[in-house]
Design a protein around this ligand. Structure first.
Ligand SMILES: [Zn+2]
Length: 268
């Protein structure tokens, strides 16, 4: 999981009189009568324009686990359809119904993360109350709410970079953290127990370790070039598992220790 800057403005679908009118209806009745009605109002969030704008912002990766859209499994019920992310409401609309059309409450999320998150939304501050907002303000409520509610789950666009840096990894690709909020997020979303994701991250490290290891013994210049490629890849936002890649860079010296000590033994 990494911090994302959502620079794209809210698509016009979320920013017009009709949407504001719909929102007012939801507010007037204090939410939804049932799940069917909720799904009906939510349809607007699933428009292609919103979907594409979110995917572009998130570089076609899940907002939580950083898995690429191309890795998503086909829908068993409709295998002919291209697998898609779910448009997730960071603050679940079951309780935060007035945020159903808020741009900063929408995240593209894979099916696994969507299922694990559910309607969970723990806070340690004071819960925000429904309010009638329209216009630009509707799409920029999250920073203010964050301060008031102190949610336990990280928000990729609102929380600061240094919080995401508290997320750690093992060389086997497993995510963990000591920071309370990071820990909560990892456990709630089960980001520490997805074998396929762990394997993909582990492979990134092992492939690099193998290449770097053999080059370290034969050509220091080529070894340095290999490291440079690894670093460059960690700053290409379209790549998967950027969080992991950057963690590896920070711990490269320590993680490469075996290579360097083996070469010490070889030269002694
Ligand atoms: Zn995911």
């Amino acid at each position: 999981m990494i911090r994302i800057q959502k620079t794209t403005p809210p698509p016009s679908t979320l920013n017009n009189e009709r949407t504001y009118e719909q929102l007012q209806i939801i507010l007037d009745k204090n939410g939804f009568d049932n799940d069917k009605e909720k799904d009906n109002y939510r349809k607007l969030c699933r428009s292609d324009r919103i979907y594409n704008a979110l995917c572009e912002t998130y570089h076609h990766k899940c907002a939580f686990c950083e898995r690429k859209q191309s890795r998503l499994l086909p829908n068993a019920k409709a295998p002919e359809r291209k697998p898609r992310f779910t448009i997730e409401h960071y603050r679940p609309i079951k309780s935060y119904y007035w945020l159903i059309y808020s741009w900063d409450n929408l995240l593209p999320v894979c099916a696994a993360c969507n299922g694990n998150k559910g309607n969970a939304f723990a806070i340690s501050g004071t819960a925000a109350l429904p309010e009638a907002v329209a216009g630009e303000q509707l799409h920029t409520l999250a920073p203010h709410y964050h301060e008031q509610e102190k949610p336990k789950m990280l928000h990729p666009e609102i929380d600061e970079e240094h919080i995401f840096e508290q997320i750690q990894y093992t060389q086997r690709g497993t995510m963990f953290a000591h920071d309370e909020r990071c820990k909560y997020t990892i456990e709630q979303l089960q980001l520490h127990s997805s074998k396929d994701i762990d394997t993909m991250r582990k492979k990134i490290w092992e492939d690099f370790y193998e290449r770097a290891g053999s080059l370290f013994l034969t050509s220091l210049a080529e070894f340095e070039a290999e490291v440079a490629v690894f670093v460059a890849n960690a700053y290409m936002p379209e790549n998967e598992f950027i969080g992991f890649r950057r963690f590896v860079i920070q711990h490269m010296h320590e993680w490469l220790h075996n290579i360097t000590s083996e070469s010490d033994q070889a030269t002694n």
